[in-house]
Write a protein of this length. Sequence first.
Length: 117
Amino acid sequence: MSFKHSHISVGRVEFRRDRRYPVPPLVVRIAERDYVAVNWSLGGFQIDATDLALGVGDGVEGILYMSETNRSCSFVGEIIWTRSEQGTVGAKFTALAPNAVDLLDGYMAYWLKRSRR
């Protein structure tokens, strides 16, 4: 049984493959500037970045910082939507460092374990 297009939301259909997280905090460094992710997943991120003037289809690359664990990894992505009135952009990863998925997954596990205390 495939759950690829399943969703858990009220009022709208979700087609995302990866669950989005507002925490733990993830810092996205692009062009020597740091942006705290509004939310992120193993597939991409959303940031407030009006100063970057990014448009749909633009390529972006940088570093993801997991501030709670002092770990980081590189990424390459593509802007897939913008909301100019809010100044936010959404990007999907097109390439991640080889250890990125393990680091991000471990970061979430660390956060969940820490928050239980």
